[in-house]
Design a protein. Structure first.
Length: 278
């Protein structure tokens, strides 16, 4: 159904679950790396360069795929640095505007101080409540992307993206109602939609800037993006199924979601790379 060429690096092992989750980490890190290489087209400032370098260094520190939760925590931290790099200049401009015209009461609040607060500086997981803390860091990574879109004054921001924030916030309530593994699964499923929406929005912006028109959803890769959007939507049709789902089935859902993120980030990188050459 989908190409997992990125998974060729995976070590052979007798445990079928390990290769699947290795693949998830590889796809997530490779997609983010491709984007970081050309992110300076949007974040062209010394502070942004620093942030992108920090993100790259954090990804370099992921060396043991068997430490799945620890690796995810680092991916989320790297994402927050990328968001900061993209948001820094827009935040400075917004702070200047507010200085002259008064502060804005919209959410999230944009400013120099606020831009620094989206960075996940401490991504080391405590020995207890590991899954809860992974979900917490995923929420913070998603918030950093939400902040970026608000900082650039994305058109119809509230209508297009803000509902994802409410969905991501559900993790706290989920852990109070379900066992950690079930809460983690449901939180992850809800967040898969948020990741999709945030990244595909970025892909739309990059395509428009590069081509001067909206993408044709009837041709690849956009046709596949739309098919995958429908698949993501279907994941929340029956939340109860995740309470008793076997590990391998859930890991394969994680894998397809990671693949989705990878191909969209690659498409963004392709368009930004072409823009840099113009």
């Amino acid at each position: 159904m989908f190409n997992l060429g990125a998974c060729s690096k995976i070590k052979s092992t007798s445990n079928a679950q390990i290769p699947i989750r290795d693949s998830v980490l590889i796809l997530k890190t490779q997609g983010l790396r491709e984007f970081i290489k050309v992110a300076d087209y949007w974040g062209d400032d010394t502070e942004s360069y620093w942030a992108f370098e920090q993100a790259d260094n954090i990804l370099d520190s992921i060396s043991d795929y068997s430490k799945y939760e620890e690796s995810l925590a680092r991916i989320y931290a790297a994402t927050s640095y990328v968001s900061y790099g993209l948001s820094y200049v827009p935040s400075v401009l917004e702070a200047s505007r507010q200085y002259h015209l008064g502060e804005s009461n919209t959410f999230p609040k944009i400013g120099i101080k606020e831009s620094g607060e989206i960075i996940i500086k401490d991504y080391n997981l405590p020995p207890n409540d590991t899954l809860y803390n992974v979900s917490r860091l995923e929420f913070r990574a998603l918030y950093s992307l939400l902040y970026f879109y608000k900082a650039i004054n994305l058109e119809k921001f509230e209508e297009r993206l803000l509902h994802n924030y409410d969905r991501s916030m559900a993790y706290d309530k989920l852990y109070s109602e379900f066992a950690p593994q079930v809460a983690y699964r449901i939180s992850s499923i809800l967040n898969m939609q948020a990741w999709y929406n945030y990244i595909v929005t970025c892909a739309q912006i990059a395509y428009w800037e590069n081509n001067g028109l909206a993408a044709d959803i009837k041709i690849m890769p956009w046709k596949e993006f739309i098919d995958l959007a429908l698949w993501h939507d279907s994941l929340v049709n029956d939340i109860k199924q995740y309470e008793n789902m076997d590990d391998e089935t859930f890991h394969r859902i994680e894998l397809k979601a990671a693949y989705t993120q990878y191909i969209m980030l690659s498409h963004i990188a392709k368009n930004l790379g072409e823009l840099k050459e113009k």
